[in-house]
Design a protein around this ligand. Structure first.
Ligand SMILES: *Cc1c(COP(=O)(O)O)cnc(C)c1O
Length: 242
């Protein structure tokens, strides 16, 4: 198919804008890391591409981005198929029901959003039947009294105990998603809390849980300063979602 020059120009300028946004975010991440006395290489940027087209992912992959985060099983399936020849790592970061978990197992570098034993067991059993080990994080609910957005902190030990017994799952750390308010400093204590929960688990269970997935467009600087190893950034790179 022959595309008009106009279309190609629009595609090229979109790709350039994405790459420029991406470079700026990477610089901000590196700056935040150095300010906190950390090595910028400890922080991986997960570009959250949900509701943006596969062509955006391809453009960023050409610029050098490797890790992409998606939330919706249906949407990611078609993107994975379209982009199967690109060397990208897929992260599943969205809410996951047990009935969809079967699809997700084995198709993602890392699943960030495991929040129940039921879900963990489905992922484990599917991974076992595929003969693979699925890397995953437990999503911890630190978003306030009433809301539940993951495992409650006081239920974490019991869940970790069970998950560590599932040999086709590799527990790599914790994830949280606080409410995005206007003031990113307000969520800094939440990030610090996730890190200290992780530290406690490592001590009590004698395991290494290196990954802390925390920080989004509005608060990734604070998250990096508090120890994030994975930041999940969408809007700042891609603009508003469709
Ligand atoms: C959409 C989403 C993000 C990205 O949010 P932005 O504010 O656009 O950076 C990060 N994490 C999760 C779990 C998301 O659902």
């Amino acid at each position: 198919m022959i595309e008009s020059d106009e279309t190609n120009e629009a595609v090229d300028s979109r790709a350039e804008r994405l790459a420029a946004n991406w470079r700026a975010v990477r610089e901000d991440i590196a700056l935040a890391a150095r300010n906190a006395g950390r090595d910028p290489a400890e922080v991986r940027l997960v570009a959250v591409s949900k509701r943006h087209p596969a062509s955006d992912i391809a453009a960023l992959a050409r610029a050098g981005q490797v890790d992409f985060g998606e939330n919706y099983v249906q949407e990611v399936a078609s993107k994975q198929e379209e982009l199967q020849n690109l060397p990208v790592h897929w992260h599943f970061i969205g809410g996951l029901q047990s009935n969809k978990a079967k699809f997700v197992a084995g198709r993602f570098e890392l699943i960030h959003s495991v929040d129940s034993l039921k879900l963990a067991r489905v992922l484990h059993n599917k991974s076992q039947s595929l003969g693979c080990t699925q890397s995953m994080l437990l999503q911890v609910s630190l978003c306030g009294e009433e809301q539940k957005c993951g495992v409650e902190p006081d239920a974490l030990d019991a869940l970790v105990e069970e998950v560590l017994g599932l040999e086709h799952l590799r527990l790599c750390g914790l994830m949280t998603m606080p409410f995005a308010g206007d003031d990113p400093e307000a969520v800094r204590p939440v990030f610090a809390r996730l890190r200290s929960l992780r530290d406690g688990l490592e001590q009590r269970f004698g395991v290494s849980l290196p990954e802390l997935s925390m920080g989004m467009t509005g608060d990734f600087v604070q998250a990096v300063e508090e120890g994030a190893t994975l930041v999940r950034i969408g809007t700042r790179i891609f603009g508003p979602r469709l």
